[in-house]
Design a protein around this ligand. Structure first.
Ligand code: ZN
Length: 261
């Protein structure tokens, strides 16, 4: 691994307070390289501002299923997600500043679904997708797949060179090719160290809508030795108040932020 120290964020979902808290935490650690695994928008009340911050601070971002849903069409979305997607599109469309509106759409339209970073010697250092290496935008890799669908994981790991980073489920942790799953709480210092004998798929968790019963924003710091999971508290009340002020954003999208589910 010759990847420089990198903060990896994902699934911001238009939650500006969570994103600002995470960016401040990253800055306080002196980390200058940030990458995003997608779902910048959808669900949350500040899509435009979140796109702007990702454009400013991230070296690159992937396309998530919600970014795709807002840009093109929300397929296989539940009612809350679909309603939020159409509202999000209206918000981006209604931006009065022509240049800002066009810059946001241009940025979203160019997001990639898969990024491979290589070492100077040509070896793959990192594979990054929003969902899974098999279906980059839409496939979920759930912790319970380890016991209920081990064949699925084995097939997915065939496409993993060594280290793969994902988001999408909003549940942070490390999948190994055993297959096995380790939530951050089961790792020493919330850190997974890379080793010769193992491939790993790292789910970085969600900045703006965590679903592992910990409501704090989630991201990871990756360096050549391994990956550390980080949680950051943010002003959930403020985000929830904004969601509740928008009829098109259903109440369940507000409530879940308090519980992290
Ligand atoms: Zn998401």
């Amino acid at each position: 691994m010759t990847v420089p120290t990198t903060a990896i964020i994902s699934d911001i979902h238009g939650n500006l307070e969570a994103l600002q808290a995470v960016l401040a935490d990253i800055k306080s650690r002196g980390i200058t390289r940030i990458i995003s695994l997608g779902d910048i928008i959808g669900y949350g009340p500040n899509p435009g501002a979140c796109v702007d911050l990702v454009r400013q601070h991230c070296q690159w971002s992937l396309m998530g299923n919600h970014d795709f849903g807002v840009l093109y069409e929300p397929t296989n979305f539940n009612r809350a997600a679909e309603s939020a997607a159409y509202w999000t599109r209206d918000q981006l469309d209604q931006e009065p500043d022509d240049a800002i509106r066009r810059a946001r759409y241009e940025f979203l339209g160019k997001l990639r679904v898969r990024v491979v970073e290589t070492c100077p010697d040509g070896q793959t250092a990192l594979l990054a997708v929003h969902g899974s290496p098999r279906r980059p935008i839409n496939e979920y890799i759930f912790p319970e797949d380890v016991t209920t669908a081990p064949d699925k994981l084995i097939t997915i790991f065939e496409r993993v060179p060594k280290i793969c980073v994902v988001g999408h489920t909003h549940v942070p942790g490390v999948f190994t090719d055993e297959p096995d799953f380790y939530p951050p709480g089961e790792l020493t210092d919330s850190t997974y160290l890379f080793n010769e004998s193992e491939k790993a798929i790292i789910n970085v968790g969600s900045v703006g809508q965590p679903r592992d019963m910990d409501p704090r924003a989630s991201y990871v710091v990756l360096d050549e030795r391994g990956v550390q999971f980080v949680r950051v508290p943010y002003d959930i009340e403020a985000t929830v108040a904004k969601i509740r002020a928008v009829p098109q954003l259903p109440e369940q999208l507000a409530e879940r932020l308090f519980e992290g589910r």
